[in-house]
Design a protein around this ligand. Structure first.
Ligand code: FES
Length: 138
């Protein structure tokens, strides 16, 4: 391979790498759903759909909010859409975080970004357990 062929090959590789980067991590993102505001939702923990919340470490997604059980008496709730490109984040109690499976952003249980590419925090909501009713509210 002479110098000219080498440079053409390198150029094609760089162009492909740039294309992959742009497709996966475009900084212009207009698809992010807006975090729910004025939230006041009550989840009945006796319903089948909410059964994961009866186990420590379990979670559900409801009305654009991820709710996770941290202990026997405490829960966390944040907006479900990753602030990078809107993928639903996952509750990971053992790592004390929310994780985005799309590009790997992580957030504290309060929704604060700890690893990008996301740069904005998730919206955190209050939780209150009364019997088998879990209230999530702004
Ligand atoms: S969508 Fe890209 S890190 Fe979540």
């Amino acid at each position: 391979m002479d110098r000219k062929d080498f440079l053409v090959t390198i150029g094609k590789g760089a162009a492909l790498a740039g294309l992959v980067y742009c497709v996966g991590c475009s900084p212009k993102n207009t698809d992010n759903p807006v975090a729910p505001s004025n939230v006041d939702v009550t989840l009945d923990l006796t319903l089948h759909a909410n059964q994961p919340l009866n186990t420590i470490g379990g979670s559900v997604v409801n009305n654009g909010i991820v709710v996770g059980r941290v202990s026997q008496t405490s829960f966390v709730a944040v907006s479900a859409a990753c602030t990078h490109q809107g993928t639903t984040v996952e509750f990971q109690l053992q790592q004390n975080q929310f994780f985005c499976p799309n590009h790997g952003s992580t957030y504290t249980l309060d929704g604060v970004v700890t690893q990008g590419p996301a740069q904005q925090s998730l919206t955190k909501y209050n939780t209150s357990l009364s019997g088998t009713n879990l209230r999530i509210y702004s």
